[in-house]
Design a protein around this ligand. Structure first.
Ligand code: HEC
Length: 139
């Protein structure tokens, strides 16, 4: 009787253990996938909104660049939890670039609000450089 019980317990453990560890792995994979999708989407949002902001400036509608700037500021928040494929060891440098980028977006939003086209032109060059500068190392 006892032997049977032990056998049943041992058998169950052997059967269940791989399932449990699989479930753990699947959960980790799901989390990873979600993070990747979120960061991919945040970049696509940045791209779409940045094009909209520049179009507004080109067409002399400086104030219409405010809404895209706000959307960009929100999308950039995702960078706090980015998982870097390239140079994961350089998280500090990534965060510094992100912080600088967000500072530029904030300035851009303020200048859009006041319709200061000249400052917006200058900031546009800096923001383009910030996109490229981060991509050069991390994309
Ligand atoms: C602080 C760093 C950083 C800044 C600033 C940044 N990016 Fe990115 N971008 C990345 C990284 C890292 C990737 C690769 C993401 C990945 O592989 O998950 C990326 C990917 C992209 C992609 C490809 C999307 C994809 O996942 O396929 C686009 C488009 C993009 N960025 C646009 C922009 C634009 C436009 C700007 C500026 C307005 C910008 N990014 C600013 C780091 C940055």
């Amino acid at each position: 009787m006892l032997k049977t019980l032990v056998a049943v317990i041992v058998f169950s453990c052997i059967m269940v253990a791989p399932v449990c560890s699989r479930a753990g792995t699947d959960a980790a994979v799901d989390e990873h996938t979600k993070t990747m999708v979120r960061q991919h989407e945040s970049m696509l949002t940045l791209q779409r909104e940045w094009l909209a902001a520049k179009k507004a400036l080109d067409e002399g509608r400086a104030k219409d660049a405010l809404a895209p700037a706000n959307a960009m500021a929100e999308a950039a928040l995702v960078q706090d939890s980015f998982m870097l494929h390239k140079h994961p060891e350089k998280m500090g440098e990534f965060m510094e670039k992100s912080r600088r980028f967000r500072g530029l977006i904030d300035d851009f939003g303020k200048k859009a609000k006041s319709g200061d086209a000249r400052s917006l032109g200058r900031l546009t060059l800096k923001i383009d450089a910030a996109c490229d500068g981060c991509h050069k190392t991390f994309r």
